[in-house]
Design a protein around this ligand. Structure first.
Ligand code: OOG
Ligand code: NI
Length: 442
């Protein structure tokens, strides 16, 4: 029997191959990687406590490999097939993001590993959006867009075969895994040849720049690849020295002693040359801007209560309701934590099952669980509050489009909160068991 390559390993290879390809396509991305690596090394040296915490949670090793990317697909079949391809790499859809309230005609999910051990090996994530063609108002343009999408296959024939093979055989052997990585990479590659005329492209741009980006090309080129920095303020400040001009402000929560959720900043990549097919069989040259650079700093995942406070804080720009203190965040049930017994706790005879008391005694430690998901919907919240429209909850209400999305995807998306809850619960159970407190805790 041939041995299968572990999905985590295929994911790591794919992430590395994608990074190498994007580096060649967008040289500024290479600059960004160097800058982030420098800043991370400096930050961890200056802050041994954080370095120790990351080492304990298994995140130190993954840091230099860690990145997320994003693609935008055009049809239900493309989404369902990309979901199957990600599944080969141990990546499943987590959360539903509706970008329509922010004026972006897509809805999305994030494909990522969910198992803590898999996340520690390589947390590669891809934010994947599906175009909502029904939001194009102009009927003839909508039909033209649908026809252009119907004409293309974003997967190579061999990629399709290998996805099938992985599903029927239960995995891929070494040679198949290598071919899978290089064949799937083709789906993410930039194609300078547009599939629509310059005239159609302009009409699509006029409808929405994003629609033109999804519809006009052979495939859903990777549009950014984001490394994780330990100090986004330092990275932001250092970008201009490397010839990278970031947007003015950092998105997400303000800088804090106890980082939460996700802070991100981005820069515009260069305009890319495109060739549009012309009627005489020749080509018309033009430009397309869609691909950009981004960096992010990840903090602690918030519970639904914490998240509601964050969303409200974002709207009012007053973050004082969210305590900047791990103990308070834990005590108030605002953030998720991973518990573990200390050597001292294991040596002592436990006298209480109360976690807060055990932490006070130094028998247990609680480490913040890193946020593994995304916040693009906060943009919708900002948008809404700027407009002064509707109550804030509306941006996050379940939209009927969600069921359309899941139908296209071929499955339902996982609930991120349930995943964090499960991780916290499992760590509590394991801690109490290690301390000999299991029955008392039941
Ligand atoms: C994806 C935008 C979402 C993030 O970091 O929030 C994203 C896109 O523009 O296709 O990547
Ligand atoms: Ni991003």
């Amino acid at each position: 029997m041939t041995a299968f390559v572990h999905p985590d390993e295929i994911r790591s290879r794919f992430s590395a191959a994608l990074s190498a390809m994007y580096r060649a396509e967008v040289p500024q991305y290479g600059e960004l990687l160097t800058l982030v690596a420098d800043i991370n090394a400096r930050t961890l040296k200056a802050d041994p406590t954080t370095a120790d915490r990351l080492a304990a949670s298994g995140e130190l090793g993954r840091l230099s490999q860690e990145r997320h990317g994003a693609i935008r697909v055009g049809t239900a079949d493309e989404l369902a097939t990309i979901a199957r391809a990600f599944a080969v790499m141990g990546m499943v859809p987590v959360s539903y993001y509706n970008l329509a309230p922010a004026g972006v005609p897509v809805h999305s999910t994030a494909f990522r590993p969910v198992d803590p051990a898999a996340l520690a090996r390589n947390p590669f994530r891809v934010f994947c959006s599906l175009l909502r063609l029904e939001l194009i108002e102009d009927e003839s343009l909508r039909q033209e867009a649908a026809a252009a999408l119907a004409r293309r296959d974003i997967f190579t024939p061999e990629a399709r075969v290998l996805i099938e093979t992985a599903e029927t055989d239960g995995g891929l052997d070494a040679d198949q895994a290598d071919r899978f990585v290089s064949e799937l990479l083709e789906t993410f590659r930039w194609h300078a040849e547009a599939t629509v005329s310059a005239e159609t492209y302009e009409r699509l741009v006029a409808a929405h720049r994003l629609i033109a980006d999804v519809v006009s090309f052979k495939g859903p080129h990777i549009n950014h690849l984001t490394p994780r920095t330990m100090d986004i303020d330092a990275a932001q400040a250092a970008m201009p020295e490397r010839g990278i001009v970031p947007k003015e402000t950092i998105e997400g929560p303000p800088a804090r002693a106890c980082p939460i959720l996700l802070r991100q900043t981005s820069f515009k990549a260069l305009q890319e040359a495109v060739a549009f097919p012309s009627q005489d069989g020749g080509a018309v040259s033009g430009v397309h801007t869609a691909r950009f650079g981004e960096i992010e700093q990840r903090g602690c995942a918030l519970t639904p209560t914490g998240r509601a406070l964050y969303d409200a804080a974002l709207a009012t720009k007053d973050f004082s309701a969210l305590p900047d203190d791990w103990t308070a965040l834990r005590r108030d049930g605002l953030a998720w934590f991973r518990y573990r017994p200390t050597p001292q706790g294991l040596a002592a005879r436990a006298e209480t099952t109360d976690l807060a008391a055990l932490i006070g005694l130094g028998h247990v430690v609680a480490e913040p669980i890193t946020y593994e998901d995304f916040l693009p919907v906060s943009a919708a919240g900002i948008f809404q509050s700027n407009l002064g429209a509707e109550a804030r909850g509306a941006a996050y209400a379940v939209d009927p489009a969600r069921s359309d999305f899941e139908l296209a995807l071929g499955r339902s998306v996982l609930d991120e909160m349930a995943l964090y809850q499960a991780e916290q619960d499992a760590s509590v159970a394991a801690t109490l068991k290690a301390l000999g407190l299991t029955t008392a805790a039941a």
